[in-house]
Design a binder for this molecule. Structure first.
Ligand SMILES: Nc1ncnc2c1ncn2[C@@H]1O[C@H](COP(=O)(O)OP(=O)(O)OP(=O)(O)O)[C@@H](O)[C@H]1O
Ligand SMILES: [Mg+2]
Length: 309
């Protein structure tokens, strides 16, 4: 893998980075479910855990591997790579070590796998910026709270006025610029709401409007995400997900309505990401078209509501 800006190179794997500087937004939960969904669709998947402290994705696949030994049905596993932390007292040296490990990890999988899913920590670093600039699809989970929206654009009391672009959005915009220079690639940035409450609230509606407006300015599209469901967290210790045949483990008692809904949510999330299943690695003309359609619709709605007023 070359990181030299002057040497663009053809990559075959489609890189999905799951990122958001907000801690606890659901990055690892999404990484887990996306990876398993792609594996279940028969894709060749590699996963990289950039969160050297928490190692949530790594812990999940360790649990899954150990469950696989005794399971009576086949358990799909990705090729997984966990980044080790640089442990020296020198910050620069640590950065260099982690960078080299990351470059090795990408180099080891980019030609043999169709998808690489990268889970990232809630922090900014050189490595984070680099990982973001490699993304073909960047998925950012976002909870229904203005605190979460503030990570992208500073929320002010006057919601008709946009606040300054905040730190994380700035990081993504820079990654996009860099990416365009390196291989003229497009980062398809997709915002997905997470832990959506089952009861719709006025606050959630306001947040949805703010996010849609932000999408027009920062060039991301918004897709339906996951509701807050016990099934998305309770299977972690055994390395399973709602997509696994858990009804068999539960003595064929069948899935609850919430579990069935959870499956549908993941499946429609994957569908809405519009990943290039047939030809991974190709530019995202389709996703750009979708983004454009979504923004045009937003402007139409805004024009209609102005003429109603
Ligand atoms: N849709 C969901 N339904 C229920 N619980 C969820 C959902 N999404 C995430 N959680 C729970 O929320 C918590 C935070 O999720 P997660 O660890 O995936 O976030 P993260 O963004 O990776 O956090 P960090 O920034 O610390 O890495 C976890 O306890 C997880 O089980
Ligand atoms: Mg995490």
């Amino acid at each position: 893998m070359h990181f030299d800006d002057d040497q663009p190179e053809l990559r075959s794997a489609h890189v999905i980075v799951v990122g958001n500087e907000k801690g606890g937004a659901g990055k690892s939960t999404l990484s887990i479910h996306l990876s398993v969904a792609l594996l279940k669709a028969g894709r060749r998947v590699a996963t990289i855990d950039l969160d050297t402290r928490q190692r949530t994705l790594t812990r999940f696949f360790e649990n899954r591997r150990s469950w696989a030994k005794s399971a009576s049905w086949p358990i799909e596993l990705p090729f997984h790579c966990a980044l080790e932390r640089g442990e020296s007292g020198d910050v620069r040296q640590n950065e260099a070590t982690e960078f080299a490990l990351f470059a090795d990890a990408i180099g080891a999988v980019e030609h043999d796998y169709e998808f690489v899913v990268i889970d990232t920590p809630a922090s900014d670093s050189y490595l984070m910026r680099l990982a973001h600039s490699l993304a073909d699809t960047l998925v950012s989970p976002l909870n229904d709270s203005f605190i979460d929206v503030d990570v992208f654009s500073r929320v002010t009391h006057d919601r008709s006025r946009r606040g300054a672009v905040a730190h994380y959005a700035d990081l993504v915009l820079e990654a996009r610029r860099k990416r365009r220079l390196v291989d003229n690639g497009v980062i398809d940035w997709v915002m997905t709401r997470n832990r959506i409450a089952s009861l719709a609230s006025n606050n959630a509606k306001q947040i949805a409007i703010s996010i849609a407006r932000l999408g027009a300015e920062l060039k991301f599209r918004v897709v339906d995400g996951l509701h807050d469901r016990v099934i998305f967290r309770e299977l972690f210790p055994i390395g399973l997900t709602a997509l696994d045949p858990i009804e068999e483990a539960a003595d064929n008692r069948g899935l609850t309505a919430s579990q069935q809904a959870a499956r549908r949510e993941i499946e429609s999330l994957v569908e809405n990401l519009r990943l290039p299943i047939a030809a991974p690695g190709l530019p995202h003309l389709e996703s750009r078209r979708l983004w454009h359609a979504q923004i045009s619709q937003l402007y139409r709605q805004m024009a209609e509501s102005r003429s109603d007023a």
